[in-house]
Write a protein that binds this ligand. Structure first.
Ligand SMILES: [Zn+2]
Length: 459
């Protein structure tokens, strides 16, 4: 009996020990899972955690992690990102892309800073350069793409100046101006003082270091910019006096008081690289020599008064302009004089001298010497309205239509009233010059001459 009792007791003990050990083991294997289940993970989630050997990394319920592990784009090396970012949306793919650009901390920061929608757009942008610039410009209202671009382009020293401006439509201009050598103070002054069109026009100009003083002189007018600079140089006056004088047209010399031959003194040859430019400046100061333009083509017969060709772009623009004038006003214009060669210009000049019979003092008022004529560029055209003469052009409906519309086709009126002191030639209502749409728009907008435009844009 005693023996039996002892055996039963020892067996019982062993069973209890066994149950205990199994309990510990069961506890060991299922405790963690139970905790995960309690956090909210499903059996399938936990299977995935096991498969990826990340069970020990899970500390709380993370819906993003759940979506990530069930996505075949799951990448274990990005686990830290999936764990750190708290979101309901399915960003697996994007986070994989973003992880190539940003550290976990950076990305979590960005995720907190941006809306989910904006955050996703980061996939398509460059890496953010300067974080401070990015955050401040973005908060200031610049679009994400622009703010990222600025973070990589704008010097940090310029940030506060830059932010003082209202949101710029083209912040690239700010950078262009910095590169040209303007200070932040000058850029903010010009951006604030000029209209947005003027600011863009200004930004495309060569470096004009005087601009800060000119604007600060008060009553600055962009239309007069070249004239201010010329006046300062010719009269050795300060900016304030130059602005005052030019605004009062003190620089304008009456056409009757000019010595038209004096414009030739100090003339120079046009640099080779400019010869075929549509904005090439040809006048008594800038000599074409015996240059023959490339791409001369004849105008179609209904558009021409003789056989002179034009440079292709100018010819096509002229014909388009004539077509639209016809459609709009039922008026017909033709090109009377177009390209005139060096030799032909020489003949024209000599013939005129013969006709003046010794009194050739006025010849330089209206006719250029060979090599100096706008017509030799192949970009100039004397326009006639059908049924009238060239010299009546100023009284025609075509003339007033061109006054409003020629710039849209890239043409400007080359020799205007009260600008003889700049162009060195008497005004002509019929002489138009092709300069391309961009230049024509600026010249028209500011009522400049080609001389002023070239002075501001080509040095
Ligand atoms: Zn002409």
């Amino acid at each position: 009996m005693k023996k039996n009792t002892g055996r039963i007791l020892s067996q019982l003990f062993m069973i209890i020990v066994l149950i205990g050990v199994m309990g510990v083991l069961i506890n060991y294997f299922f405790f963690q899972n139970r905790e995960l289940r309690e956090m909210g993970y499903t059996r399938q989630d936990i299977e995935k955690f096991k498969e990826y050997e990340i069970l020990d990394r899970i500390e709380y319920y993370n819906p993003f992690l759940v979506k990530a592990i069930h996505n075949d784009r799951f990448r274990k090396e990005n686990l830290d990102y999936y764990i750190a970012i708290r979101t309901d949306s399915d960003l697996t793919l994007d986070v994989n892309d973003l992880a190539e650009k940003y550290s976990v901390i950076e990305l979590v920061d960005l995720h907190d800073f941006l809306s989910e929608e904006e955050f996703l757009k980061l996939v398509f942008t460059d890496k953010i350069g300067n974080n401070e610039i990015f955050r401040q410009t973005y908060s200031h209202g610049y679009a994400l793409q622009k703010a990222v671009w600025l973070s990589n382009s704008l010097p940090e020293a310029s940030l506060q100046h830059f932010l003082e401006l209202d949101k710029l439509e083209n912040p690239e201009i700010y950078l262009d101006l910095l590169q040209k050598g303007y200070t932040d103070a000058t850029i903010t002054l010009t951006a604030r003082s000029l209209t947005s069109e003027e600011f863009e026009h200004f930004a495309a100009m060569r470096h004009v270091p005087e601009i800060y003083d000119l604007i600060n002189a008060g009553s600055f007018k962009m239309d007069n910019l070249a004239r201010y600079l010329w006046y300062m140089k010719n009269h050795k006056v300060n900016t304030r006096n130059a602005v005052k004088a030019v605004n009062a047209n003190k620089d304008v010399i009456n056409g009757d008081d000019l010595d038209y031959s004096s414009f030739y003194s100090g003339a120079t040859g046009i640099p080779h690289s400019y010869l075929n430019e549509e904005t090439v400046l040809v006048n008594k100061q800038n000599y074409l020599g015996d240059f023959i333009p490339d791409n001369l083509i004849p105008l179609e017969i209904e558009y021409r008064g003789n056989n002179q060709p034009l440079v292709r772009e100018a010819a096509e623009a002229f014909m388009a302009m004539a077509d639209d004038l016809k459609k709009d006003k039922n008026l017909t214009i033709i090109a009377q004089n177009s390209y005139i060669s060096f030799e032909d210009q020489q003949d024209i000049y000599n013939l005129e001298i013969e006709q003046l019979e010794g009194d050739d003092s006025t010849i330089d008022e209206t006719i250029m010497k060979a090599g100096y004529s706008d017509h030799q560029s192949g970009l100039a055209v004397d326009v006639v309205q059908k049924g009238t003469s060239m010299y009546e052009f100023g009284q025609t409906g075509s003339f007033s239509w061109l006054g409003t519309n020629a710039w849209k086709y890239g043409f400007i009126r080359r020799y205007r009233e009260n600008r003889e002191f700049i162009t060195g030639l008497r005004p002509a209502t019929y002489h138009y010059r092709y300069v391309g749409k961009q230049a024509a728009e600026l010249i028209h907008y500011h009522s400049w001459t080609l001389e002023e435009y070239c002075f501001l844009y080509q040095q």
